[in-house]
Ligand binder design. Structure first.
Ligand code: HEC
Ligand code: HEC
Ligand code: HEC
Length: 133
């Protein structure tokens, strides 16, 4: 009896697990990154940044950027700005350094390193990221 029921039961459990995993998160294609309204503007030309998230997510492992994501939090993908929102440009956990610190997972840090190895990653402030308008 058990032998007959077991495969059916496993299939239902598997289906449920799959549904839960799919519903846990969606991988956004485009994201607009904007300074928290309480933070001051560090330069007159700083504009919000349109980030091709999907383009990056198919080339780079998720955890390389989502550096606090672990086996325990898998599927939560807490937004960077939920932690990195302080106004201090020297604060490692602040808004500015998340995108501009020397190494990955910062945008500029990764791009500078890859460019040094012959990559085509753009690094211009107003040509790559903070495009006017
Ligand atoms: C090149 C770096 C990078 C890679 C690689 C990357 N992400 Fe992201 N992801 C980001 C950034 C930056 C944001 C925007 C966070 C913010 O607005 O604070 C983001 C946002 C998200 C969000 C939305 C979070 C929210 O609540 O707004 C999800 C979900 C997500 N990523 C999942 C993934 C998954 C899954 C992968 C791998 C398949 C992945 N990401 C790969 C950098 C990356
Ligand atoms: C759960 C909170 C949390 C989330 C979510 C998070 N970070 Fe961080 N981040 C930290 C903390 C805390 C540090 C300080 C060093 C450490 O503990 O790893 C840090 C350090 C960094 C650094 C190094 C800064 C420096 O000056 O050395 C970068 C770059 C960075 N994070 C980028 C990101 C990006 C990009 C995302 C989103 C894709 C992100 N972080 C998501 C908490 C977080
Ligand atoms: C871990 C490495 C890494 C991080 C972090 C990263 N990038 Fe990139 N980025 C790449 C790679 C790889 C390419 C493709 C370069 C090529 O075409 O050879 C790229 C290309 C780009 C391009 C040019 C292609 C396009 O979409 O127009 C822009 C703009 C860009 N990234 C912006 C960002 C921004 C904004 C962030 C942070 C929110 C970021 N990147 C974080 C690796 C990274």
């Amino acid at each position: 009896m058990l032998k007959k029921v077991l495969p059916y039961f496993s299939a239902v459990v598997l289906a449920l697990l799959t549904i839960t995993a799919v519903q846990a998160y969606e991988v956004p294609d485009k994201i607009v990154i904007e300074r928290p309204s309480k933070n001051r503007k560090l330069n007159t030309w700083v504009t919000k940044v349109s980030f091709a998230h999907g383009f990056h997510a198919i080339r780079i492992p998720c955890q390389k950027c989502h550096h606090k994501e672990s086996d325990k939090t898998l599927g939560e993908f807490v937004a960077c700005r939920d932690c990195h929102n302080s106004d201090d440009p020297n604060d490692k956990t602040g808004f500015y350094r998340a995108w501009h610190s020397d190494g990955p997972p910062s945008c500029l840090g990764c791009h500078t390193q890859m460019r040094a190895k012959g990559g085509k990653n753009p690094v211009g402030c107003t040509t790559a990221c903070h495009k006017p308008g």
